[in-house]
Design a protein around this ligand. Structure first.
Ligand code: ADP
Ligand code: ZN
Ligand code: ZN
Length: 845
């Protein structure tokens, strides 16, 4: 194989393909699909990824150039990830290079310096006189191998290029030594990422010899004997950090030094993997005896794992039904099979509680990928996965790319969470990527949630043959046998009518007062996603909505009018309520800070922990606040969505939702679904243990079906109503969406180009016979809404317009849209237009 096909890091339409490069002899042994290389590109040197090797280059008018440099000895991407990148680029209409780069830690996106040194383990730093003998112990009787090892030892560490110059013919031998762990590569990627080294103690002789030596210690050397015995007791954990040995035994370094001089042990420098959870104790847990419902689910998943064939399940289980225990036990099984598992959690619930449960069961076999980790920490966790030092990776969205060799299980907890969708390019959804990877590996996917996304539930129920359709498994009861908390809807219009202008209803007020008296705790949710600028009447609950699209109109302060962000409908903002004539009509939004102030006024001395974006910016602050709450150092936990997810506190007996309406009225067709999910999640925080729970949902629209069904914990009825709704308005899951956003500095230019786009797309779709209005009966159809101004109509002096494309059926809508966008490349270049595509968008505002 002489030619490497390389995807280069030059983000442009013309470069979104592979380029051919000659593989120089010195690199031949090293280049694999997934290798990261530096290549000449024009006058520059750029980074790229090898996708395949070929015997011959494709005909080209350019002269072939050789690869310039290999950037990692072990490729950061495996062949299956390279293939996954290809798939992502098609599905999400993004460039291949961005898809591939999304899979590796940021630390690897720069330029790396690489060195080869002896592996830490086999040989001591200073070569003893009988180095030859030592080498033979390590299985190195081969003179070439020995030559290389001796050379490297003399230099401590050698840059790869220098080593290749010294041993030009021996690349294969060097590679083998690396694979056997005799040599190791180290990378210096922007100094921060250097490996951390630590003094550690190890045996210098075989275990039996050391054990025999124990009997020979003189009386006055009892301390030394203790040290040796200590190491022997822990022989499977060697080498042990020197500090730890000294501290455990209360001995001085002199005792250890003496043992080293006697040749029993040695002190060496070992690499420490920066572990963000280092020093934290996780209480080990044993598998629980499963309940009947859990057992059924467990066995079904295990059966699938046993086949080693792909399978996906949607695990719909009420809050507290014990989904986590199922995750833990199926992972155990997967590990026993010799395979690895990925656990995906929404970023926001990467709380100590989730990590604790996995670390508690699997200890050091777990790597945690947390966005709050430093670049170095993330890189280390990632390497633990790639090098097979861990069996389980837990993390947010991007952990779906964890480079495990034998992936057996991917778990996605709270699968309905919108954070699984990346909002920057590549705009992938981790759910789809997870299922795609499961097909590549013959792995099993479990999507778990108390409130599955409509798309998932619909796919599971309709039993379609779609490769992404999961099988439905349900759990209806809580594992601890307690009932779901009672939920009361409080009609805030009544409160106003009866003279209560406060944001707390009398019922919620009394509820909090009672908790304070009894020393129980309260969780308060301020339901506020994004900026809510809808107009609502506080007297009757009327909300201004679009007559065409059935989403709330957004209030624009500057023009004092209301607009629909899907179709462009506009109307002046009303002075009085069109329904009841009340003047209490205004646009909405309450901050957590205001709630906190009001609490302090109503309940002097109340201890409140406020959790929102302002109080959780610092690393670890989220955890700290929750720990304080758990330790009962506060009466109330007040916050945004963050307080709704996955928390399990025994003394929380009251949950209050300040206003359910704010998320209900976002200009997003998923508003009802998001509200239902949020209310169900937060209600599930109350009364999870012995004490019974109570929930108050305050609302100005208490008759809304998503509030009523959430108050009854009735997912099935909600789904029924919501699916009907979606069907009649032609929203997903009854069609798919592509959002195309245009931006330009000049409004007239922008509008013209956006109109051009629409005309061109419509023309092509017509020719193909795809274009038409969405109705219930057309199987293959594509419709275009807009162009209209985007919800945020101007960012950084650039105006923004968007087209929403609705489509369904066996048509390549993404390909067609991309095609039209590509044809506009000229306008993009010359007129500085920006176009971005979002396939299956989640955030519509
Ligand atoms: P979910 O993730 O479905 O909301 P959890 O996994 O948090 O539910 O479980 C709720 C509670 O029930 C936890 O305290 C958990 O330890 C407990 N639990 C789960 N399964 C069992 C079981 N089989 N036996 C006893 N307790 C269980
Ligand atoms: Zn009104
Ligand atoms: Zn509209």
């Amino acid at each position: 194989m002489d030619i490497a096909k390389v995807i280069v890091d030059v983000p442009a339409k013309d470069t979104d393909r592979t380029f051919d490069y000659l593989i120089p002899d010195s690199m031949r042994t090293w280049i694999e699909p997934g290798s990261r290389v530096a290549v000449p590109f024009g006058k520059r040197t750029v980074q790229g990824f090898v996708t395949s090797m070929q015997p011959e280059a494709e005909p080209s008018r350019f002269k072939l150039r050789p690869l310039q440099e290999l950037l990692d000895l072990v490729p950061p991407l495996s062949p299956d990830l390279v293939e996954l990148g290809e798939w992502m680029s098609e599905r999400y209409a993004c460039s291949r290079i961005l898809a591939l780069q999304a899979m590796i830690p940021t630390a690897l996106k720069g330029k790396a310096e690489r060195y080869i040194s002896l592996a830490d383990r086999p040989v001591a730093d200073e070569a003893p006189a009988d180095a030859g003998a030592l080498l033979e112990d390590d299985g190195m009787s081969d003179p070439v191998e020995r030559g290389i090892v001796t050379y490297i030892r003399s230099k401590q560490q050698v840059a790869l290029q220098a080593l290749s110059r010294q041993f030009p013919q021996e690349a294969a031998v060097i590679k083998a030594l690396l694979r056997r762990g005799v040599l190791q590569e180290s990378q210096t990627i922007r100094d921060k990422l250097q490996k951390k080294m630590l003094k550690a103690v190890n045996l210098a002789v075989p275990v039996e010899e050391a054990e025999a030596a124990l009997d020979d210690f003189p009386k006055k050397a009892q301390r030394q004997k203790e040290v040796l015995a200590f190491l022997l007791e822990r022989k499977e954990f060697l080498p042990l950090p020197l500090k730890e040995v000294l501290a455990s035994l209360h001995v001085s370094a002199a005792a250890v030094k003496a043992l080293e001089n006697k040749g029993h042990l040695r002190i060496e420098d070992v690499e420490v993997f920066r572990d963000p959870y280092r020093g934290r104790y996780f209480k080990p847990t044993q598998p629980l005896k499963l309940t009947g419902e859990q057992q059924y689910v467990f066995e079904r998943v295990i059966r699938q794992l046993e086949t080693r064939e792909q399978g996906a399940f949607l695990l719909h289980g009420v809050t507290g039904s014990g989904k986590t225990e199922i995750y833990l036990q199926t992972i155990s099984h997967c590990i026993e099979q010799g395979r690895q598992a990925i656990v995906l959690v929404p970023e926001i619930s990467l709380t100590p509680q989730m990590v604790e449960r996995f670390k508690g069961r699997f200890g050091d076999q777990v790597a945690v990928m947390h966005s709050r980790l430093s670049g170095g920490e993330r890189y280390d966790e990632w390497r633990k996965i790639r090098e097979g030092r861990v069996k389980v990776a837990i993390g947010a969205r991007s952990a779906v790319f964890a480079p495990f060799a034998k992936l057996g299980l991917i778990i996605m907890d709270e699968e309905h969470e919108s954070s699984y969708k990346q909002e920057e390019t590549p705009k992938y959804h981790a759910r789809d990527v997870a299922i795609r990877r499961s097909h590549q590996h013959g792995a099993v996917v479990i999507l778990g949630s108390a409130t599955p996304a409509l798309e998932s539930y619909h796919a599971a129920r309709s039993q379609s043959n779609d490769e992404f359709a999961p099988l439905l498994l349900e759990m209806h009861t809580r594992a601890l046998g307690n009932t779901l908390p009672e939920v009361r809807i409080v009609d805030m219009r009544d409160e106003l009518r009866e003279g209560n202008r406060s944001m707390f209803s009398r019922a919620l007020h009394d509820g909090i007062a009672g908790r304070l008296e009894r020393g129980e705790q309260t969780v308060l949710l301020l339901n506020r996603r994004g900026y809510s600028t809808f107009v609502m009447c506080r007297s009757c609950g009327y909300v201004a909505g679009c007559p065409e699209c059935d989403i709330s109109l957004t209030y624009h302060q500057r023009s004092n009018n209301l607009r629909c962000h899907y179709c462009g409908y506009a109307a002046p903002a009303p002075e009085v309520c069109p329904d009841c004539g009340s003047e209490h009509i205004r646009y909405f939004g309450t901050g957590t800070q205001r709630v906190e102030e009001e609490l302090a006024k109503l309940f002097p001395g109340i201890r409140v922990i406020r959790m929102d974006v302002d109080t959780t910016t610092e690393k670890g602050s989220h955890e700290k606040l929750l720990t304080r709450f758990r330790e009962k150092k506060a009466d109330v936990l007040l916050g945004t969505q963050m307080v709704a997810k996955g928390l399990d506190f025994p003394d929380v007996t009251l949950v209050g939702v300040i206003t359910a309406d704010s998320s209900l009225n976002l200009p997003d067709f998923r508003a009802a679904e998001k509200t239902f999910q949020l209310l169900t999640q937060v209600a599930g925080r109350a009364g999870r243990h012995q004490l019974p729970g109570e929930v108050f949902i305050q609302s100005y629209t208490p008759d809304h079906y998503s509030i009523i069904h959430a108050s009854r914990h009735d997912y099935a009825s909600f789904i029924r109503d919501e699916l009907n709704h979606r069907r009649s308005l032609h929203y997903p899951p009854y069609c798919r969406l592509i959002m195309v956003t245009f931006s330009h500095e000049q409004l007239p230019v922008l509008v013209r180009l956006a109109e051009n786009f629409k005309a061109s797309l419509e023309g092509k779709a017509r020719k193909l016979g795809w274009f038409g209005a969405m109705d219930r009966f057309t199987p293959d159809v594509l419709d275009i809404l807009g162009p209209v101004a985007s919800p945020v109509p101007r960012i950084k002096n650039r105006y923004r317009f968007q087209c929403m494309i609705k489509w369904r059926g066996q048509i390549d809508a993404v390909g067609l849209v991309r095609n039209v966008v590509d044809e506009m490349a000229d306008a993009v270049q010359r007129q500085h237009l920006q176009i971005s595509l979002d396939v299956d968008p989640q955030m519509l505002m």
